[in-house]
Design a protein around this ligand. Structure first.
Ligand code: B1M
Length: 219
C-alpha cells in the first residue's frame, strides 16, 4: 500500500524532519489511507530504525530526539483523526494510563490512549514517569476498571511491578485490572508480576481491555 509514501514517512522520521512528517500525515488522511497501517509501517518503522542506529552507536541522543520530534509531529496530525474515526459514542469503561516512574517515553502510550478513546473507552492519561501513588490516586478519583502501565526501558519495568503491588496493597484488585505493555515488556514479565494482561501493540491493548471489561461485567 503506497510504498513510496510509507518510505517517505520512515525517512522523515530518520531525518528528524517534523514539517515533512506532518505534511505526509495530512497526505495520508487526504488519501483516506488506513492510519494505523501508516503509523506502523511508516513512522514507527522509521523510529525503530533510528533506535537501532542509536543502540549501535551510529546515531546519538540529539539525533534520536530529533527523530522523536518528527514522529510526534506526525502523531499530532494523525491522533485527532483516529479519534474522529472512532465509532463508539457511549462509554465502555474507564482506563487510567501512564508511563512507569523514571520513564519519559510516551509515543506508544499516547497511541494506545488514542485507540482506546476512539473505541469507546474513557482514558485518563496521567503522563510519563508516573508514580504508583499517582496511579492509585487517579484510579480512586475516576473509579477506573483498568489501569495500564507502559515501560520502554528495562530499568523502568520494575515500576510496572510497583504499581501492581500498590493496587494489591490498597485492596483495589481484583476489581481493578492491571495491564502492561511497551517495547521492553514481554508476556512472561507480565505473568511474573501478576498483571491481568499484556499487549504487544495498541490494537492488542484494545482487544485486551475489551475482554477484561466484558469478563468483569459477567462475573
Ligand atoms: Co529511548 N530508548 N531513551 N528515547 N527510545 C529506547 C526504548 C531504546 C530501546 C533505544 C536503544 O537503545 N536501541 C533504549 C532502551 C534500552 C533498554 O532499556 N532496553 C532507550 C534508551 C536507552 C533511552 C535513554 C536512556 C537514552 C539516554 O538518555 N541515554 C533515554 C531515556 C530517558 C527516560 O525515559 N528516562 C531515552 C530517550 C528517548 C527520547 C527522548 C530521545 C525518545 C522518546 C520520545 C518520547 O517518547 N516522547 C526515545 C525514543 C523515540 C526511543 C525509541 C527509538 C522509539 C520508541 C518509540 O516511540 N517507538 C526506542 C527504540 C525502540 O523502541 N525500538 C528507544 C514507537 C512507538 C509507537 O512504539 O513505544 O514500543 P512503542 O509502543 C508500542 C508498543 O510497545 C505498545 O503499543 C505501542 C503502539 O503499538 N505499547 C503498549 C506501548 N505502551 C503500551 C502500554 C500497554 C500496551 C501496549 O498497556 C498499558
Amino acid at each position: 500500500m503506497h510504498d513510496e509514501l510509507l518510505r517517505a514517512m520512515q525517512q522523515s522520521v530518520i531525518d528528524g524532519a517534523p514539517t515533512t512528517a506532518a505534511q505526509l500525515a495530512h497526505e495520508a488522511i487526504a488519501k483516506q489511507l488506513d492510519l494505523l497501517h501508516v503509523i506502523t509501517h511508516g513512522y514507527a518503522s522509521g523510529i525503530s530504525f533510528a533506535g537501532e542506529q542509536y543502540g549501535c552507536g551510529a546515531m546519538f541522543l540529539p539525533d534520536l530526539l530529533a527523530c522523536a520530534e518528527a514522529m510526534k509531529a506526525a502523531m499530532s496530525v494523525l491522533e485527532p483523526e483516529l479519534r474522529k474515526q472512532g465509532t463508539h459514542r457511549e462509554t465502555l469503561g474507564r482506563v487510567v494510563l501512564g508511563t512507569a516512574k523514571g520513564d519519559i517515553h510516551d509515543i506508544g502510550k499516547n497511541l494506545v490512549a488514542t485507540i482506546l478513546a476512539a473505541n469507546g473507552f474513557e482514558v485518563f492519561d496521567i503522563g510519563t514517569s508516573a508514580s504508583p501513588e499517582a496511579f492509585i490516586h487517579k484510579v480512586r478519583e475516576v473509579d477506573a476498571q483498568i489501569i495500564g502501565v507502559s515501560a520502554l526501558l528495562t530499568t523502568t519495568m520494575a515500576g510496572q511491578k510497583s504499581v501492581i503491588e500498590a493496587l494489591d496493597r490498597e485492596g483495589l484488585r481484583p476489581k481493578v485490572k492491571a495491564i502492561v505493555g511497551g517495547a521492553a515488556v514481554t508476556r512472561k514479565w507480565a505473568e511474573e508480576i501478576h498483571a491481568d494482561g499484556y499487549a504487544r501493540n495498541a490494537m492488542d491493548a484494545l482487544e485486551l481491555v475489551r475482554s477484561l471489561v466484558a469478563r468483569a461485567a459477567t462475573a
